[in-house]
Design a protein. Structure first.
Ligand SMILES: [Zn+2]
Length: 130
């Protein structure tokens, strides 16, 4: 069993907040894509996103898909980290009633789900209000 902190140290570069910017139309995608939905170009350059942003909109999930049912209710938010670059993440470590549009958040690596059969832990970014 490894702790989340240990896991983050071992995390490969593609699990960091690395986005891809289309070399043709300059649109930024996170996670990075193979093909740009805007212009169909296939060349991207890596770009590290800021680890802080603000909540643009959010929703509270009260009936969750089965693999997340033990976490409900929880909040999902769209976080803007720089103009035009938005991430959909869970908003954690706060009272659901206190979440507001415009709230500043930090993006931190957290456990997303645990696959009991394979013992695999999936990590991703979650938004933590500052
Ligand atoms: Zn493009």
């Amino acid at each position: 069993m490894i702790t989340p902190a240990e896991y983050v140290r071992e995390i490969p570069a593609h699990h960091r907040l690395e986005a891809g910017r289309c070399k043709k139309c300059r649109k930024i995608y996170y996670p990075a894509r193979q093909v740009c939905p805007e212009c169909q170009a296939r060349e991207f350059e890596p770009l590290s996103l800021p680890r802080e942003g603000k909540i643009v909109t959010f929703t509270v999930i009260r009936v969750a898909p089965s693999q997340f049912s033990d976490q409900a209710p929880y909040a999902m938010g769209i976080v803007e980290v720089q103009p035009g670059v938005r991430l959909l993440t869970q908003v954690v470590d706060c009272d659901l009633d206190k979440i507001e549009i415009g709230m500043p958040v930090s993006l931190e690596f957290r456990k997303i789900q645990e696959d009991g059969e394979k013992g695999v832990l999936a990590y991703g970014v979650k938004a933590v209000p500052r």
